[in-house]
Design a protein around this ligand. Sequence first.
Ligand SMILES: [Zn+2]
Length: 414
Amino acid sequence: MSEIIRVKNRENKILEQFDMSFFKGGTSTEKNIKLAPLKRDYDAGLITIHCGCLEEEPLLSIAYYQSTGNYFLKKRSLHVHDEDCYFSRNGNTYSNVSSEYESGVKEVEGNFILNIHPLDFLKQETKDNCNASSSSKNGGYIRKSIHYLSIFSLLNTIGSHAWNRYIRYEAGKNYPTKTFVEIYNSIQSLLSKYCIGDLPLKEIFYAGEKEGKVFIIEKSVGFKYGAFTMLVLEDLPTELNGGYYIINAYNPNKGGSELRKLRVRKEILDKEMEARRGLEGPYFVGGFVTKPSSKEIPMFQSFALLPISDYGAPIQSSYERRLYNELGKQKRLVQRPTTSYDVNWNGFIPDGILIDTEPKTILEVFGMSENNIIYHQTKIAKKHHFSSLEKYNYWDWDAYKDDQIPALPLRMNK
Ligand SMILES: [Zn+2]
């Protein structure tokens, strides 16, 4: 299913495209400013609005709710949508009751309150809870409710935030090295801002100290929670022991000299490997760990692999890895957005943004066969939209057609 919404004129020409996420939840003032003219044109019969879920492109209308002052997309009654489309699953309109945790994270006064599935972090009575709670969708590792933050998204959010902050404030002087030390320290300093309820992750963070530290952390919170950890994966596991893989991971500040053994249930690790297929290391590994007894190796109760570039930037494809390695080699100041925070992006998320060009440059990587229709349509819509923005430069690499990374935009002279 494509998540693209198309606005067309009477000649059937695409005027503007949105990612469906743009319309989710309560709309901001900025969004309303953008949607008000669309509503005017719609009412005047100048435009039609199409859902990209099916080839027939079922029609949508745009509605204004006086009580909230917000604009919403609305399904038109006779138009059938794909069964996976939002409008099939959730009824007529995007909810005007915004979920507090639409993305699983809520920002409150500079802190990030996480909505994590209880089975992912609460210590359970039974040891074998790990495989009971997850469902796999789209090759990912996603909880059944979209409002829970998956452990992968948690690692990606923290890892990207840490990367972006380091790039913005430090990288001009000291670019991240291939030891991951700088990004790891940036991650650790952010953990006081990420909270479950009012508990900052920093207070339950296991940074690869001696194994007994996991138990000490669990004890400090009355054995209510597992300890949260994020470490660099040393090697992929081969050793299988009673349904568990044993992995080796380390804190980069120890230079890889102090490897820690951790256990992961076979099913969980196999699913994670499948979800990140084709992506060889390096990786951060992380999740919530528990140490059932003094003799046992600490065990992940929830777990994810976060692929990173050689310089520590989270990446999601082998082409992105090549691009981010090249950007790193050239010491470029590139940010890795995880949300569509600029209203002008229409809900799309760029693969990267160079902040050392004037104006900033949106980076896109096309890395898959055009046979994957959804991926292709989304990429075309992103290209169409991002290349039309005057506030940004636009650069892309069609890795499917050209194996060489094109010349990067020149950095501005400081
Ligand atoms: Zn649809």
